[in-house]
Structures are given as C-alpha cells and as structure tokens.
Design a protein around this ligand. Structure first.
Ligand SMILES: C[S@@+](CC[C@H](N)C(=O)[O-])C[C@H]1O[C@@H](n2cnc3c(N)ncnc32)[C@H](O)[C@@H]1O
Length: 348
C-alpha cells in the first residue's frame, strides 16, 4: 500500500482543491484590476472628448457644411445706377480730391524718371477688342489690370474711330508684380522701392491725347470694384486682366460681374490658356460660367462671358451642386466628394 493510505489521498485531494481555488481567485483579482485600470484609461479619454476646453470661435474648426456656399457667395447688388455723364466727376471727387490726375503732370520730381512713351502689353491689340466694341458700342468700359495702358489706349482709339464717346476706367494698383523690372521693364524706374508704373501710365495717356477717355483707378481690384459698386457705376464692357492665379481671377470675375450693366453687359479677359496656377484663369472662368449658367466663348487668347440665356439656369446648377455636396443625402462618400470637387473645377 505505500505511504499514502486512503486518509493520505483525501488530504492530497483537499490540498489540490485549495490550490486550484487560490489560483482561480488570483486570476479573477488580476482580471478585475486590469478591467479597472482600462476603465480609468477609457474614462480619461472620454473625459478628453466630452469636456474639451472650448476654442475661441475664430479658432474653432469651420463647419464644413457652410464653407462651400460662403466661398460661392459674392455681393451682387450695387448702389443706384449713376448716369455715365456723372462718372468722371464722381471719381475725381471720390479719389482725386476733385482734381484730374493729369493736371499739371508731370511734377518736377517725377519728370526725370519718365520716358516720353513706353507702351507695352500682351495681346493688347487683339481682334477681340474691336469685335466687342463694335458689338456693344460701350459708353463705359471697366478694365481690371492696365499696366502701361496698352489695352486701354487701344480701346480708347477704337471707340473714337467708331464715333463713340467711351469712358474707360483703368483699375490697377500700378505695382506690376514682384521682379517685373528684372528684364523687359528694366527701364521703368523706381525710387525707394516706389515704381514709376503709375506715372508712366499717366504719361502714356497724355502722350496719346486720351485724357478725356481714360481715368486711372489706382487701387487693388477688390477695393476699387467695391467703391465703383457703391457709387452705382455700371459698365457695358468689363475686361479682366489683373492677377492670373485661380483665386485672384475667381474673385475679380465674381466681384466685377456686379458692375456689369443689367441685361446688356459683356465681360471678357485675357490669358484664357495661360498655364499659371494650372490654368488658373481658365478654371476660374469656367467655374463662374457653370455656376451662373453661362457659356464661355473663346476668342484667340481671350475668353468672353455673356449674360445667361435663362435666369433659372443659375438656380438649377446650384441645386445640382447642393445635391452632390459631401454629407448630403445617401452615399456621401469620398467618391462623392471627389465628384463634387471635380464638378467644381472641371473645364467644360
Ligand atoms: C498683365 S498686366 C495688364 C496688361 C494690360 N491689360 C495690357 O494689355 O496692356 C496686369 C496688371 O494687373 C495689375 N494687378 C495685378 N493684381 C492686381 C490687383 N489685385 N489689384 C490691382 N491691380 C492688379 C498689375 O499691377 C499689372 O499692371
């Protein structure tokens, strides 16, 4: 029988049972502890999420659902229409203290910096100018981007040759762009960083005897348009040729559209095919056309936009985009967002 009799065996069995129970108890305790510590982590994390320190409103994440319509919304109402005959004096009073900028020009300190004539532009005498002036017979033209006045002078000469008394407002900050004097325009002088572009523009207009037809509006496009809009100045023809990146062209086209005479005005611009900013000008023109139910008419290196054929066109295109906006309706997936984005930028 050995050392373990019946009584010995039952002792061993009891001992094993006790050890088993102790093992199970230990296991349970450690499990509870683990769960508890995890619970702490979860509580901490959810506390982070539940009670964030509120951001000041300006730093809060934008509500993406409202972003697209903000980006697409531009003022479209201006002051009461001003008679064209009053535009010149209105502008002289508002911008030039009632004195023509051509009067007494050039002042002695500027004269040494000027050339008798320096008129140079890009496609500034293209056929589109003649075609549109013939078609519209404009009383008032607004030009965004005038530089040395090449296109403005050409339009003024064309108008006169057609027997028109057209006034041309030349909006330009007359700063050119950084580095524009490095090569072709080395001879446009500057003094203490103040470039003589504006003065050379005045000189060119005086030299071509067009001071009755052309008035400079020497400010950024946005602020100048704002002022013209407030004054109720309405253009028969608007030429857009200022900055050529997408966002600048987009803003210029949208703001300037509010200056167009209701029913008849035409807007056109240069650099339709320019590669800058991945064809920024072309993309801006087409996006604007899509959203407003317009047709883009290419004309050489220029684009032309006319009034919509039907006023309901804009509404239907906008509701179309609304339907595709991410987060709206079923299947608001990345794919839909891609479709939405492509629709916005795709050239038609
Ligand atoms: C390409 S040039 C205009 C050329 C002119 N249309 C011609 O054919 O002779 C562009 C002009 O736009 C002006 N410009 C660019 N961005 C502007 C802005 N945001 N506000 C005002 N002028 C701007 C520059 O100063 C420059 O003179």
């Amino acid at each position: 029988m050995g050392i373990l009799g019946n009584g010995g065996r039952s002792h061993w069995a009891q001992l094993l049972l006790l050890l088993g129970l102790a093992f199970v108890a230990g296991l349970m305790t450690s499990l509870f502890l683990r769960i508890d510590s995890c619970k702490d982590v979860f509580t901490e994390r959810s506390a982070e999420v539940k009670d964030p320190v509120p951001l000041p409103k300006s730093q809060a994440e934008p509500d993406l659902k409202t972003l697209p319509s903000d980006l697409l919304t531009f003022r479209n109402k201006c002051g009461e229409a001003a008679p064209v005959a009053q535009v010149r004096s209105m502008l002289l009073n508002q911008i030039f203290d009632g004195v023509s900028p051509f009067e007494g020009f050039p002042p002695p300190h500027v004269e040494p910096f000027l050339q008798k004539e320096k008129i140079k532009g890009w496609g500034s005498q293209d056929k589109v100018f003649e075609d549109l002036i013939k078609e519209v017979r404009p009383q008032l033209i607004v030009e965004l981007g005038s530089f040395l006045g090449a296109s403005a002078i050409h339009m003024a000469n064309l108008s006169q040759s057609m027997g028109l008394q057209t006034l041309i407002l030349c909006i330009d900050d007359f700063r050119g762009w950084p580095g524009f004097r490095l090569y072709t325009f080395k001879d446009i002088q500057q003094e203490h960083g103040q470039v003589m572009l504006y003065y050379q523009f005045l000189q060119n207009v005086i030299g071509t005897n067009l001071t009755n037809s052309i008035i400079p509006v020497p400010f950024s496009t946005t602020s100048a348009i704002e002022k013209l809009c407030e004054l109720g100045i309405q253009a028969d023809l608007i030429e857009v040729d200022a900055a050529h990146d997408f966002h600048s062209a987009w803003a210029d086209i949208n703001w300037a559209w509010s200056l167009l005479k209701p029913g008849v005005g035409i807007m056109f611009g240069h650099d339709y095919y320019l590669h800058v900013d991945n064809r920024g000008v072309g993309r801006a023109v087409h996006l604007f056309a899509r959203l407003n139910g317009l047709h883009v008419q290419p004309h050489g290196a220029h684009w032309i936009l006319r009034r919509p054929a039907s006023p309901s066109a804009r509404r239907s295109v906008l509701s179309d985009l609304e339907h595709l906006r991410p987060g709206k309706g079923q299947g608001a997936s990345r794919e839909h967002q891609g479709l939405h984005d492509r629709r916005l930028v795709q050239l038609t």
